[in-house]
Design a protein around this ligand. Structure first.
Ligand SMILES: NC(=O)C1=CN([C@@H]2O[C@H](COP(=O)(O)OP(=O)(O)OC[C@H]3O[C@@H](n4cnc5c(N)ncnc54)[C@H](OP(=O)(O)O)[C@@H]3O)[C@@H](O)[C@H]2O)C=CC1
Ligand SMILES: CC(C)=CCC[C@@H](C)[C@H]1CC=C2C3=C(CC[C@@]21C)[C@@]1(C)CC[C@H](O)C(C)(C)[C@@H]1CC3
Length: 549
């Protein structure tokens, strides 16, 4: 940490954003560029504070009123700071501070020290805050949370396999009960070898010294990890390798004919990886753990993951899995399904529906690769531990459920008329434009808030020094990028027609995931930005869909 008034590890008094209350906080790191300290309150809340909002503890006396209260719990019991210090979007942060500091001087009672006996509350709150799972949000006591996590560990893989089995039946209705495949038909050592080879090949491409190296978001200790941006190269080299394989008469139809076995082998790889991750996390120091990453429950930590960025030397396991084997694997499966469709129905070209599905998915994945740097600031990388949920999500869920539409079309051809094709392409273009513009605007604004291309947008200042965009797409709904993602998801399903609901599984999954993710992000932003976030919510009333939600 550079020479600053407060040092990492110091215990000082930090202002709760939007209020005149000060609580005991521990300094974690200092961001010299933005001149912000990352501090942690005793209830586990992490915020960025300016030096002006931090004071030495001397002179603060314990409150007689305050007992076992965290800032966040206080907000729900007493009048919310948002209401007591309500400010409009046009009012500047500094004027708010002056007013509140003045008040605080007149009313010493407002200066309080947090007396903490919060450990169980912290853990439950952090558990509920932890990941993309709605069931964890609604559960408030430990045993059900762990039981829920345990069931998910079994249910999620079963869901993927079940969907794949149903999808291959003529009657792909979710209500149908297709014959279960024999257990030994699910396993083939050669297929397992292929999956391991695939992972090793992708790992080899990851360590190639091509592509620029960039720094990730600051960690708790202020450090920034380095990441090499070369997913696009990995993709191009994979396509070249597959092209060479096809040229040498290797039949990609193998993927279609061994689809279930490939999924089971990928599941096994994700389980083995998660066991490794769990075991190594037992030796990880506190500053390497994700928030709430050490709950004390084996099953919970196995599922959610304890370590934030597990690395072997410079090889980042989470970042590798998030973007490469699963996403590139998804595209390879799609291409194999197009080939299988041509073989099965004796076609010279894939059907228009298959072409649309392949092109839409290709665009989505290439976009993720093109904007690879943006992924470094996504919750999965900066906040979530790496455990079974993400390992399974990346290695099995993404390639085998995201490709269900292409798999479905192999067995359920759907004729598309020209107007339908035009309509579906238009819908995807609209969804993609919203998704891309929203993500780019936010990333650009976070990198450089005074970027001239964004000067026309209105913003709301917050106590942390960062502002929130409040016009343009971010003024339409609070998560325009989710809206675009959902519109695209619908466009991907429509080429499969309306006979079965199965091709719409992706839209349903994404809606649940994004609604939950939005709630989780909202809770984090409210903690981070206090009353400024409430102002934003008043100004932009809808979360994802204008006038609906
Ligand atoms: N296909 C799939 O399976 C999935 C796709 N996704 C996609 O991944 C992408 C990333 O999603 P996710 O990481 O959840 O969240 P976002 O990229 O939407 O990031 C949320 C963060 O943006 C900042 N923010 C929120 N509102 C504003 C505002 N008005 N102005 C400026 N900054 C704001 C806040 O962080 P701060 O203020 O700290 O910068 C907030 O925490 C999305 O496009 C989503 O659609 C996500 C999950 C699954
Ligand atoms: C039910 C279950 C197993 C949940 C696990 C969730 C994960 C599969 C998803 C959580 C967030 C994801 C993102 C992408 C893929 C799915 C997971 C890992 C993503 C990489 C897809 C491509 C996008 O462009 C993206 C980079 C925005 C996106 C990031 C989030």
């Amino acid at each position: 940490m550079p020479s600053t008034k407060f040092q990492s590890g110091d215990t000082v008094m930090g202002r709760w954003p939007g209020s005149s209350l000060f609580y005991e906080v521990k300094v974690l790191s200092y961001d010299a560029k933005n001149q912000l300290y990352t501090v942690i309150y005793k209830d586990g809340t992490e915020l960025e504070l300016r030096e002006a909002d931090m004071k030495n503890p001397t002179g603060f006396k314990p409150s007689r009123r305050s007992r076992s209260r965290s800032p966040s719990r206080r907000r729900s019991r007493s009048r919310s700071p948002a209401r007591t210090t309500r400010r409009s979007s046009s009012r500047t942060v500094s004027s708010t501070f002056i007013a509140e500091t003045h008040n605080a001087r007149k009313e010493p009672k407002l200066k309080e020290v947090l007396e903490v006996r919060l450990v169980p509350v912290v853990r439950i709150r952090q558990l509920k805050d932890h990941a993309d799972f709605p069931c964890l949000q609604s559960l408030s006591v430990f045993p059900p949370v762990f039981a829920g996590v345990f069931c998910m560990t079994l249910l999620l893989p079963a869901t993927v396999l079940g969907l794949m089995v149903v999808c291959s039946q003529e009657d792909a209705s979710l209500m149908s009960s297709p014959p279960l495949p024999a257990l030994d038909s699910l396993w083939d050592l050669q297929v397992f070898g292929m999956v391991v080879l695939w992972l090793l090949f992708q790992a080899l491409l990851y360590v190639l010294p091509v592509g620029k190296v960039v720094e990730g978001m600051p960690l708790k200790n202020g450090e920034r990890l380095k990441y090499r941006m070369n997913t696009l190269y990995a993709f191009v080299l994979t396509v070249a390798a597959l092209g060479a394989a096809v040229h040498h008469k290797i039949d990609l139809g193998y993927i279609h004919s061994h689809f279930l076995q490939l999924a089971v082998s990928s599941l096994l790889c994700s389980v083995l990886l998660s066991v490794y991750l769990y075991v190594r996390s037992r030796w990880a120091t506190q500053d390497l753990l994700a928030p709430g990453g050490n709950s004390g429950s084996v099953i919970y930590d196995f599922f959610m993951g304890s370590e934030l960025n597990p690395r072997i030397k410079g090889f980042d396991l989470k970042y590798f899995c998030e973007l490469r084997p699963g996403l590139i694997g998804w595209l390879v499966i799609n291409a194999a399904m197009a080939l299988a469709e041509m073989q099965l129905h004796h076609l010279d070209y894939p059907s228009p529906a298959m072409i649309l599905v392949n092109c839409f998915h290709l665009l989505y994945v290439l976009d993720a690769f093109w904007h690879e740097e943006g992924v470094l600031s996504y919750m999965d990388i900066t906040h979530d531990g790496f455990g079974f949920m993400l390992a399974f999500g990346d290695l099995m869920w993404v390639p085998f459920t995201f490709s269900l539409q292409a798999y479905y079309l192999v067995h359920h051809p759907n004729h598309l008329s020209l107007p339908w094709i035009v309509g579906i392409v238009t819908l995807n273009v609209i969804g993609f434009s919203i998704f891309r513009k929203a993500n780019s605007q936010k990333n650009c604004f976070r990198r450089n808030p005074s970027d001239p291309t964004l000067s026309h947008l209105k913003t709301i200042p917050t106590a942390t020094g960062k502002s929130l965009l409040v016009s343009g797409l971010w003024g339409l709904v609070r998560h325009p990028n989710y809206l675009g993602d959902l519109i695209m998801a619908l466009a991907w399903s429509l080429p499969c027609g309306f006979t079965h609901i199965l091709p719409y599984f992706y839209v349903i999954y994404l809606s649940i995931l994004l609604v939950h993710r939005e709630a989780r992000d909202e809770a984090q932003c409210r903690r981070k930005y206090g009353s400024a976030w409430d102002d934003y919510c008043r100004e932009v009333r809808y979360r994802i869909i204008p006038r609906v939600y």
